[in-house]
Design a protein around this ligand. Structure first.
Ligand code: SAM
Length: 268
């Protein structure tokens, strides 16, 4: 089983960024383009913090769009990979559960692909949002994209049976079997993933979890931390079916499996 370091669930993918990119390719840079579109539509200034930046592909896209980007992650292998392969942004180690870059130093914080849901407890969510609030100047934006906890109310399709995936990487076929379960007490979606390479090596089991956040609960957290919610919807977005593309307006419901949020730090 993979260890936890300082509350950060390390996984094979956060330890091996090349494998992460092979497993979850984003050749059209959809997540970065979607985030940039939100920033532009709401008139955000140039200084952006990407929290949970992973391999840096979204941060690099925002940098290429002319933004001054600081990109943060807790995983040293992710940061090392991003510095080499996605130059431009300033890569730093920081924890979603509480960070401090100084007051009002950013015009926007982006947090993509469910990174926000690594805040498992209410206290971690509170610390994340007060850190964002401090980092943002008045009128600054928070843009986030994540799983939608409400999707699991009355639906079991993602829970019923394990999901198999296989992909080739450096000449070896990597297989993963992923099982999801709902921990109602902790309000977490727990994931067990077993990796095997078929070369005789022992399979590796890793566990991680995401907070199951409901749309109205998220709205309440944001409002309590001094944010005005501008958009909160289930798509179209970078991981929806059908996919988002430039020109599509934000949705009006919060029923499907992804949530998209744009919130503005209230002006004092
Ligand atoms: C699913 S990846 C998303 C990466 C990137 N945003 C993307 O969309 O490709 C989640 C990232 O969050 C990072 N992460 C997990 N827990 C974290 C924490 N407590 N603080 C900062 N980063 C964290 C992981 O190391 C990983 O790089």
């Amino acid at each position: 089983m993979t260890p936890e370091v300082n509350g950060h669930a390390r996984t094979l993918l956060t330890d091996r960024p090349e494998l992460y990119e092979a497993r979850f390719p984003d050749p059209g840079r959809l997540a970065g383009r979607w985030a940039e579109d939100c920033l532009r539509r709401h008139g955000a200034g140039p200084r952006v913090l990407d929290m949970g930046c992973g391999t840096g592909r979204d941060a690099a896209h925002l940098h290429g769009a002319g933004r001054r980007v600081t990109a943060a992650d807790l995983s040293e292998p992710m940061l090392a990979y991003a510095r080499i392969h996605r130059p431009g942004p300033d890569y730093v180690r920081a924890d979603l559960h509480g960070f401090d870059f100084g007051p009002g130093v950013f015009d926007a914080v982006v947090c993509l692909d469910s990174a926000l849901l690594y805040c498992h407890t209410n206290e971690q969510l509170d610390r994340f949002l007060s850190s964002c609030r401090r980092a943002l100047g008045p009128g600054g934006l928070l843009v986030a994209e994540m799983r939608n906890g409400a999707y699991f109310l009355g639906r079991t399709d993602l829970l019923d049976s394990p999901t198999d995936a296989a992909f080739a990487w450096r000449g070896a076929v990597h297989r993963s079997v992923t099982t999801l379960s709902v921990d109602r007490t902790a309000q977490l979606l727990r994931r067990t993933r077993v990796w095997s390479t078929g070369d005789g090596a022992e399979p590796v089991e890793e566990r991680s979890a995401w907070r199951l956040l409901f749309p109205q609960e998220l709205r309440h957290f944001l409002t309590a931390h001094g944010f005005e919610v501008l958009e909160l919807h289930d798509g179209p977005g970078p991981s929806t079916e059908p996919l988002w593309h430039e020109g599509l307006p934000p949705g009006r419901t919060a029923d499907a499996d992804r949530l998209h949020v744009v919130a503005r730090a209230a002006r004092h």
